[in-house]
Write a protein that binds this ligand. Structure first.
Ligand code: CTP
Length: 404
């Protein structure tokens, strides 16, 4: 998801820098646009370094020194079409007036007209400017048009006056942005430990035992968790996927390494979701040298550590969600695992079905808790991740009712 963050000229412009980081923590890409007067308060370089993207400072790309061309002339249209929301922090009286009147006099105001994405404004200004009927009328016009206004707070203002006009708290601005993006922040304050991908058990220096897990389900959960406000610790076996940049990632190979990483991180977690397809068997004594071709051979396998069983032994109040891949007696086997592994929920998929589960973008699962069986018919892994997190939030709420 991508947000265009418009920064206007006000004392609070520096606070937009923190908002870039908070949005990125939730897995959102941020394209910063600065008005001319914003650049009097903060240098564009600050935002370029934070966002990792070029900062747009005007129409026609004049700053690059290059001649304006067709790309620079229509950049506002390209940005307008690529964003999922436009967020303006701080929104000055001037920009509110221009938005309300449809005046397209610079990049930001032109973008406002050109985009169909939802718009959030966080105003900050002197109390008299805020209370002026002209500003209030402009706000009313914008409100009616569906623009979300993050109300400023009251207090001491930079101009020496006291009253409404202070930029709302960063968290309130980010919550409004996320709400607009359709992502509620129901996991904020939680730390979710997710395991993903396959494990590899070494046979000799060039060979290993593994399975078909792609890691996509776990990575989708990591990204969805971040968007819903959680801190995400991702312990992943080898995959070809790029983890979400805000996740704290530990890359492991074997079941034993995954166990060690999980037990080390467990005390920090409030929720554990184990999507990893962990080896059930490992080779106790892998060959030091590459095994040579010969007649029949057999591998001596010993049970790999059962990570979930170990978690159950060490856990305190964490909520534990397991995954199960089954090919027969799907629901019965999953219910069995729910009990034997002392889980709060298990997400089971029938891996004998074509086109879903392993190595696919799609999945069809059943989420089983001690009280409910929730079918999730075939859909994307992203949607499955959302349904699993909905269930996690519900279980958390029940737990807090029981504890209170
Ligand atoms: N799991 C684990 N450690 C293992 C094997 C599995 O923590 N060594 C976890 C998986 O991450 C998953 C759950 O246990 O969340 C169920 O995995 P699954 O392979 O379906 O179950 P197994 O316990 O391996 O049982 P079986 O293979 O006999 O069906």
């Amino acid at each position: 998801m991508k947000v265009a963050l418009g920064v206007c000229g006000g004392i609070a412009a520096y606070k937009a820098a923190e908002i870039v980081r908070l949005l990125q923590d939730r897995g959102i890409r941020v394209q910063v646009i600065m008005t001319d007067s914003a650049q009097e308060f903060v240098r564009p370089l600050t935002f370029a370094a934070l966002s990792g993207e070029k900062v747009i400072t005007g129409m026609f790309n004049r700053d690059s020194g290059a001649e304006p061309n067709i790309d620079s002339a229509i950049e506002h249209i390209a940005v307008a079409q690529s964003i999922d929301a436009l967020v303006v922090v701080p929104a000055t009286a001037d920009v509110l007036a221009k938005f309300a009147q449809g005046i397209a006099s610079d990049f930001l105001t032109t973008l406002y007209l050109a985009t169909a994405a939802p718009v959030v404004v966080a105003p900050a200004m002197n109390v008299n400017m805020w209370e002026h009927p002209a500003t209030q009328q402009n706000l009313e016009t914008l409100r009616k048009r569906g623009v979300k206004i993050v109300e400023p707070g009251s207090g001491y203002l930079a101009c020496g006056m006291t009253g409404p006009g202070r930029l709302a708290e960063n968290e309130a601005v980010v919550a409004a942005a996320m709400e607009t993006l359709g992502a509620s922040q129901d996991l904020s304050g939680e730390t979710v430990l997710i395991t993903a991908g396959p494990t590899r058990e070494k046979i000799d220096p060039v060979r290993y035992l593994t399975n078909r897990s792609s890691g996509r389900m776990g990575y989708a959960l990591a990204e969805a968790g971040l968007r819903r406000g959680a801190r995400v610790l991702l312990v992943t076996g080898p995959t070809s996927l790029k983890p979400p940049s805000a996740a704290e990632v530990v890359v492991v190979e074997s079941a034993k390494q995954m166990l060690d990483a999980v037990l080390r991180l467990l005390p920090e977690a409030s929720i554990v979701i184990k999507t990893a397809a962990v080896a059930d068997y490992t080779i106790a004594d892998p060959a030091e040298q590459k095994l040579k071709r010969g007649g029949n051979m057999s591998l001596d396998l010993t049970p790999a550590p059962d990570i979930l069983a170990e978690i159950s032994r060490h856990k305190k109040s964490q909520l534990i969600i397991g995954f199960a891949a089954e090919t027969e007696n799907v629901l019965d086997n999953a219910r069995q695992k729910l009990k034997s592994k002392s889980l709060d929920a298990i997400v089971v998929n029938d891996v004998s079905r074509e086109g879903v589960g392993f190595d696919s973008d799609r999945n069809a699962v059943t989420i089983i808790t001690r009280a409910e069986t929730i079918p999730v018919p075939e859909t994307t892994k992203w949607e499955v991740a959302q349904r699993v997190l909905d269930c996690v939030v519900e279980l958390k709420q029940k737990l807090s009712v029981v504890n209170s």
